[in-house]
Write a protein that binds this ligand. Structure first.
Ligand SMILES: NC(=O)C1=CN([C@@H]2O[C@H](COP(=O)(O)OP(=O)(O)OC[C@H]3O[C@@H](n4cnc5c(N)ncnc54)[C@H](OP(=O)(O)O)[C@@H]3O)[C@@H](O)[C@H]2O)C=CC1
Ligand SMILES: CC(C)CCC[C@@H](C)[C@H]1CC[C@H]2C3=C(CC[C@]12C)[C@@]1(C)CCC(=O)[C@@H](C)[C@@H]1CC3
Length: 335
């Protein structure tokens, strides 16, 4: 039977590289590119079909940061497919990133330098926006929209005869210290990206507890530091051009500098080939590239408390109910 794979944020960077790798591995896939910008989605579809003319590649309009769009897209998926084997929750944003140069240079001469290059801990902040649904944009995009999508697609994921995989593109920038159950959307802090990624790690653990018995397995990965639109947004482009040779030099000694989207997609691709029952729900799978350029995947235990993951799940369910009620009232008023 042909596998059905849906990838969010598939039109660029790691998502697009993953699609290319999946089709190279299995040209019989039914691949669905879920993107907010149809122009870019069609360009990605065209590129994939040029290298894999026999493949089935569809596009789906999905803005994960917009509740209406998520509900509409999920409805569309249910009409098109009768099951889902893999759902890659990859779309993500880091708006208005600010690099703290003082902390960066201090870190360069500290014993924490390797950790700093691998996780950007303590050197990166963002300024968040509010969505039309009234949510914090990073939370809505990186976490909540994906949560709602999984909830809506449960009937396709929970199939009696075959296990399915939910795979989150998380980050080693996910820090427990940036996350708080009392400020789920990270309205008060300056590290919404880190908070949203830590929340996706927690949510993955909760999804496993809820759905393993129904054959749904959730995992999280970190792609390492990859040069994509997301990272290019952190510093001015001339700066990146200047430091690129240094980045490739650092790559020789730092396996977390995967740098290319192809390398960054390694753990996502590796998970595609694993038996989901054999995966550890409490580890994050890291894409790594050796000094000689060889890619591999390594599991790292996550800093997760299972009660917090349950509490997060319940809070997201409450928020979902609240937003659904609001939508129903708005529809009622418009009639
Ligand atoms: N690059 C890196 O070093 C790292 C990246 N990651 C994660 O990897 C994932 C992919 O990012 P990356 O490839 O680096 O960056 P890109 O910016 O290249 O890709 C992000 C993708 O997400 C899409 N996207 C953003 N917002 C939405 C939305 N509201 N609805 C639908 N799609 C959306 C983008 O679409 P559009 O083109 O329309 O903007 C784009 O296709 C992200 O989750 C990121 O956090 C994690 C660790 C490191
Ligand atoms: C001279 C240098 C090589 C200067 C580079 C400094 C910084 C711009 C990078 C150092 C660590 C990087 C990093 C990320 C972004 C760019 C840096 C801060 C990420 C936060 C990108 C997104 C992620 O999810 C993380 C895994 C990355 C961690 C490391």
């Amino acid at each position: 039977m042909r596998k059905v794979v849906l990838v969010t944020g598939a039109n660029s960077g790691i998502g697009l590289a993953l699609c290319e790798r999946l089709l190279t591995q299995d040209s019989q896939l039914q691949l669905c590119l879920a993107c907010r910008n149809m122009h870019r989605a069609e360009a990605a579809q065209h590129a994939l079909l040029t290298s894999h003319p026999e493949a089935e590649v569809a596009v789906l309009n999905l803005d994960v940061g917009n509740i209406h769009s998520v509900l509409r897209a999920a409805q569309d998926v249910k009409l098109r497919y009768n099951r889902l084997d893999y759902i890659y929750l990859n779309a993500g944003i880091m708006p208005n990133p600010q690099l703290d140069f003082k902390a960066f240079f201090k870190g360069l001469f500290s014993s924490n330098v390797i950790n700093m290059f691998a996780t950007a801990e303590g050197i990166l902040t963002q300024k968040d926006n509010i969505t039309s649904d009234g949510l914090q944009e990073v939370f809505a995009t990186n976490l909540f929209g994906h949560f709602l999508l999984v909830r809506e697609l449960e009937p396709l994921l929970c199939q009696p005869d075959k296990a399915s995989q939910v795979i989150w593109t998380s980050s080693s920038n996910a820090h427990r210290s940036a996350f708080s159950l009392e400020d789920l959307q990270h309205q008060k802090g300056t590290e919404p990206y880190s908070s949203s990624k830590y929340a996706s790690d927690l949510l993955s653990v909760a999804l496993n507890r809820k759905h393993n018995q129904q054959g749904v397995y959730s995992s999280v990965i970190c792609p390492g530091l990859v040069m994509t639109n997301l990272t290019y947004g952190i510093l001015p482009s001339f700066f990146w051009t200047l430091i690129m040779p240094i980045m490739w030099l650092i790559r020789i000694f730092t396996n977390t500098f995967t740098l290319t989207p192809y390398n960054g997609a390694e753990a996502l691709f590796w998970l595609f080939m694993q038996k989901p029952e054999s995966l550890d729900p409490l580890v994050k799978y890291h894409s790594l590239t050796s000094g000689l350029g060889n890619n591999y995947t390594q599991p790292h235990k996550m800093d997760i408390d299972e009660d917090t993951s349950e509490a997060l799940y319940e809070k997201l369910r409450d928020l979902e109910d609240k937003l659904r009620r609001k939508l129903a009232e708005e529809e009622h008023q418009n009639q």
